[in-house]
Ligand binder design. Structure first.
Ligand code: SF4
Ligand code: SF4
Length: 347
């Protein structure tokens, strides 16, 4: 695949030139946070961010998404008939997505885009999107991507990978989508060997900056039921307040609920993020709740990510090591410690 030289002074002009063909999204300062938002001008981008607070999963699985609309008006021929809600699936590009977040989309694909089941909203959003990744040169102390199959310059899920080499970006083209995007507008020169070598050095140095590690080596072989009954869940769950922050920030959490809302005679069916940390998530109409206790919900979150997903998909753990849940849990529950408890468990 091609490796191109993009002078930073040309990058903004290039992005602004894409606007006729792509809707653009990228990291934007929002108060004291940086999050992925639509942009009208490349000047809005903040490419110096360490990690966004919210992952960009909301671009593919919005926190609240209108799926269908319907009318309850008795005099209408189409009363009670569900119609797909209007949506924009024209091409778009996400600029500056981190490799861990792009990899997370591939981990979620195994649930939403399979031979047996395709979630059309997820699939259309994925197909419409070109991902231009920006490798991490200054990872956070809570990042552990290298222990869970990724890395600060991992290419999984990306269409283009940018390496910041001072005054220029080295752009590695990874897919046809990426090639088409880079062919739109300005023509870039092939990178010279000296630039490629400098980028490789930067990438290798970045990997050594990931100092946080987890061990996943025994997770697949552990007996599921024995792990389920392990005594450490009793200690682990105690301080959790079931706020759901960890699941909302996580790029690989995909739980949702579907509700109908009506205003007068107009109705809409909406999909909203939900969380295994919330007691209502599993409450049955009968009143029975199979995960009515906090310990059951905390266990579910970690068993799903580190055991059920591992066994069901044989695709590693459902965690890309972004460290968001470590940074933002209000009671300091740290998934790295849970990795250790689970991986070292001896029944
Ligand atoms: S962020 Fe922490 S306290 Fe909140 S639900 Fe997750 S583990 Fe529990
Ligand atoms: S579980 Fe935590 S560290 Fe792992 S991907 Fe989710 S938010 Fe990131």
């Amino acid at each position: 695949m091609d490796e191109l030289r993009i002078a930073k002074e040309d990058f903004s002009e290039f992005l602004n030139g894409l606007k006729d063909c792509y809707r653009l999204y990228g990291p934007v300062q929002q108060g004291d946070m940086v999050n992925f938002l639509p942009i009208q001008d490349a000047a809005e981008l903040d490419l110096s961010f360490k990690n966004t607070v919210l992952s960009p999963k909301s671009l593919f699985l919005p926190q609240s998404e209108r799926l269908f609309e319907y009318s309850l008006a008795p005099d209408r021929d189409d009363a009670h008939i569900l119609k797909e809600a209007p949506r924009d699936d024209s091409p778009r590009a996400v600029i500056g997505i981190r490799p861990c977040d792009a990899r997370a989309l591939e981990l979620v694909d195994v649930n939403f885009d399979t031979d047996k089941l395709r979630d059309p909203w997820w699939v259309k959003a994925r197909e419409a999107t070109t991902l231009v990744g920006l490798g991490c040169t200054s990872p956070c102390s809570t990042c552990f991507c290298t222990s869970v199959g990724g890395g600060p310059f991992d290419e999984a899920g990306l269409d283009v990978l940018l390496t910041d080499v001072g005054e220029v970006f080295l752009a590695k083209v990874l897919t046809d989508k990426g090639e088409n995007l880079l062919k739109t507008g300005k023509a870039f020169e092939t990178a010279e060997k000296e630039l490629v070598d400098r980028a490789v050095t930067i990438q290798q140095e970045a990997a050594t900056k990931i100092v946080s590690r987890v061990d996943t080596s025994r997770l697949a072989e552990l007996d599921t039921l024995r792990l389920f009954e392990a005594d450490f869940w009793e200690r682990l769950h105690f301080s959790c307040i079931n706020c759901g922050v960890c699941t909302y920030l996580c790029p690989t959490c995909w739980c949702f609920d579907i509700q109908d809302e009506t205003h007068g005679l107009a109705g809409v069916r909406i999909r909203n993020w939900d969380s295994c940390m919330f007691p209502l998530f599993t409450l049955h109409a009968s009143g029975h709740n199979p995960r009515g206790e906090k310990i059951q919900r905390v266990r579910q979150r970690f068993m799903h990510k580190l055991k059920y997903y591992v066994d069901k998909y044989e695709n590693g753990v459902a965690c890309v090591g972004c460290g968001r849940c470590v940074q933002h849990c209000p009671v300091n529950i740290d998934i790295r410690q849970v990795f250790q408890l689970m991986n070292e468990y001896k029944s």
